[in-house]
Design a protein around this ligand. Structure first.
Ligand SMILES: [Zn+2]
Length: 89
């Protein structure tokens, strides 16, 4: 057991939960170490795997649909609704 090997451990020693790790990754604020750790974490954590790929596909979709143009709000709303239905938290 070596919890200190987790590069996500916060300055105060608190271990971030899956959502916090995911947020760092998706915001592009994770270090290379953290990205590596998260990649192997996803192999064993299905919720993280699903959330990560869902978010990535949304970003890709939005990027390809509205390059420089106005964001298609209806599309974004539609995707958000689907997500909230999948994650009733
Ligand atoms: Zn996880």
């Amino acid at each position: 057991m070596t919890p200190s090997s987790n590069p996500f451990i916060l300055a105060d020693g608190r271990k971030p939960n899956c959502m916090e790790m995911l947020q760092l990754i998706l915001d592009g604020e994770a270090s290379a170490k953290q990205q590596d750790y998260f990649k192997s974490h996803m192999d064993t954590c299905m919720p993280c795997f699903k959330s990560f790929h869902l978010d990535m596909s949304i970003k890709e979709l939005v990027k390809t649909r509205c390059c420089g143009d106005q964001a298609p709000q209806s599309l974004v709303d539609q995707i958000k609704m689907q997500i909230s239905q999948n994650n009733p938290s």
